[in-house]
Design a protein around this ligand. Structure first.
Ligand code: NCD
Length: 307
């Protein structure tokens, strides 16, 4: 694994290696070999993902290079490639990039000589979010084969939905979507269920925020959305005893989920955030190791990545 941009081509072995390494990092964090610089290049807003990468890097003993879009030379018209290339030239050993374009990494392909991690690509993919979601499911159920996972919400505009749909399908889960009219994505061969059906049958309910900032025009009125398509108190009561609720956050309380359910017994929303740090430590470690810049004796301590 030379970069981490998408879950589409990830094999099941690779995913399990990431999850096992994340579990090992959770139990015993370990610094990488010597001073390494990570550049966190967030061209779109972020609370969790950016902070989580910063904590992961610090726990690995890395130096972090911050980037403020508003005070950067992007305001003078500098391109994404030139900005990224600059951080590489100055000495970044690892680049974490979030950008509003769905395929921002295409313009960097083969032109950058340090590992790159996709921290969110427009409506495209969000592969590290997917891995932390998978770790949360794995800790709960121990496997994915035959698990009923419903991804519910604004599927069409969600990079979280896309990365999870690819990875969960690879792992053998029974993936379904639940979406309001206009939020479906027909590029997937995945069945749709109603929100009532979703709550009756799922083991894992993965809720999504409406991606207003990616819509051309105002879509749903938020007051009726909860009752029609969200997780209400009544729907939560219908869920099976063992079923859990995930959400990548930020949560719009009272829209996709009743505010009283955000921290209910089934909710793993804050657990997902905790897992984000372990997962990102694992992905960074695996990549740096692959590039010969990681831990001493990495392969003896952690599983090797299969691809
Ligand atoms: C998600 C994102 O940015 O795609 N948030 C996150 O990274 N935790 C989900 C969202 O913004 O709705």
């Amino acid at each position: 694994m030379r970069e981490f941009l998408s879950t589409r081509e990830l094999s099941s072995d690779s995913i399990y290696s990431i999850l096992e390494t994340a579990e090992a990092m959770r139990k015993k964090p370990e610094s990488i070999r010597s001073e390494r610089f990570a550049a966190n290049l967030f061209f779109e807003v972020s609370t969790r993902t950016k902070t989580s990468f910063q904590v992961a890097e610090k726990r690995l003993g890395m130096e972090t290079l911050d980037f403020q879009m508003e005070s950067s030379s992007m305001t003078k018209g500098e391109s994404l490639y030139d900005t990224v290339r600059t951080y590489e030239a100055i000495g970044a050993d690892l680049l974490i990039v979030r950008h509003a374009y769905d395929h921002w990494y295409d313009e960097l392909a083969g032109r950058i000589s340090v590992p790159i991690i996709n921290a969110g690509a427009g409506k495209g993919e969000h592969p590290t979010q997917s891995m932390l979601d998978l770790l949360t499911i794995y800790q709960e159920f121990g496997s994915f084969e035959g698990l009923n996972v419903v991804i519910a919400g604004d599927i069409k505009h969600s990079r979280v939905a896309r990365s999870n749909a690819y990875a969960l399908t690879t792992l053998g889960a029974n993936v379904s979507f639940a979406a309001a009219p206009g939020f479906e994505d027909d590029s997937f061969d995945i069945p749709y269920v109603s929100m009532d059906e979703a709550c009756d049958m799922c083991d894992v309910l993965m809720l999504l925020r409406i991606q207003h900032e990616r819509h051309a025009q105002v879509s749903y009125r938020t007051t009726s959305y909860l009752g029609d398509y969200g997780l209400t108190m009544e729907r939560e009561r219908r869920m099976r005893d063992h079923a859990i609720v995930l959400h990548p956050a930020p949560v719009n309380r009272g829209v996709e989920i009743d505010t009283r359910l955000v921290e209910c017994d089934r909710s793993r929303i804050f657990k997902q955030m905790e897992n984000g740090v372990h997962t990102r430590m694992a992905i960074i470690s695996i990549l740096l190791n692959e590039w010969g810049a990681g831990h001493e004796n990495f392969t003896e301590k952690y599983q090797t990545i299969a691809t």
